[in-house]
Write a protein that binds this ligand. Sequence first.
Ligand SMILES: [Fe+2]
Length: 310
Amino acid sequence: MSKNEFTVAQLLDRVNTVRVAEGNPRVRALVARVVSDLFKTIDEMDVTPDEFWAATDWLSRLGASGQMGLITAGLGFDRLLDIKLDEADAQAGRAAGTPRAIEGPLYVPGAPLSKGEAWLSEDSPSKGEVFVMEGRVLDIDGKPVANALMDVWHANEVGGYSHFFPGLKEFELRRKIETDAQGRYRFRSVLPPGYAIPPNSPTSELFDALGRHGHRPAHVHFFIVAPGLRTLTTQINVPGDTYLDDDFAFATRDGLVIDLKRIAAPAGYESLGIAAGTQVALSTFDFVMQKARDDDEASPLTRMARVATA
Ligand SMILES: [Fe+2]
C-alpha cells in the first residue's frame, strides 16, 4: 500500500492524527472536528476549487479588516454563547437578575472614571436628544451595590465608536462610573440611533450574498464589575427602533428595552450640564447582579481581555 496516495478518508485520518508531540489535546480534538465537518461539507455540497479559494481569500480579507467580531455576532455565535450560559444558569437554578447580552467587539478599557455620574458626550460634538439614564446597581436580594464599576459605551449619530471610527476623541461616548453608597449611577449622553455594518467590506460582502441586512437597533453597552458579584455584560435597547426585533446580531432581549420618558428636566441635574426645564429623554433602570460562585465569575476582565491574558 502506498504511503503517499490517499483516499479522502485516509487523508482526513492523517490530518487529524499525525503529530510529533502531544500538543494541546483540546485544540487537537476541536480542530479534528472542524476539519472533519469541512471535509464533509466540501464532499456533500460539491464545493469547487474556485469556491474554496474564494472563501479562503474572504477569510484573509476579513482577518485583515478587523471585522471578525461582526461576523461572529451576525452569524449568531455571540448569542449562542449567551444562550448556553443562560441554559446552564437555568439548570443550576440561578436564572435571575438582569439578562446578559453580547459584548460586541468594540469595548475599550481605560475610559475616564468618575463617582456616581458621568457625562459621556461632554467632549463630543455628537448630535441627538439629550439622554439621561439613571438607577441603581442591586444584588439579587435587592441590596444596593456601592462601588460597582460600570463601563458604558455607545456609538455616535452615524454609528461610529471612538477608537474604531475616524475623527472621534479617544474615549468619546465612553465612561466608567463608580456607583455611590446607595448603589446609584446616572449619566448624560446623546440618545444613539442604530447603525449598520460597514458597506463595501468583507462583512457586507457576506451579508449581501446571504440576502441579509446588517442593521443593529439603537443600543448602549454596559460592563459592570463588583466584588463578590458575577460580572455583568449587557446592553439596553432604545424603544421604537425599526430593527428592535430584527437585530442583525440577534442581541435584543426581553427586559433590556428601556422605558423612555420625554420630559422637561426637573432641578437636580445641573452637574450634568442640564438646566431645569431642558427637554430630556429620561430612563430609569436598575441593574441586578447575581452573586458570584467564584473569583472567575467576578473577573474584571472583558471577553477579549480574558483570552488575551490566558
Ligand atoms: Fe454596539
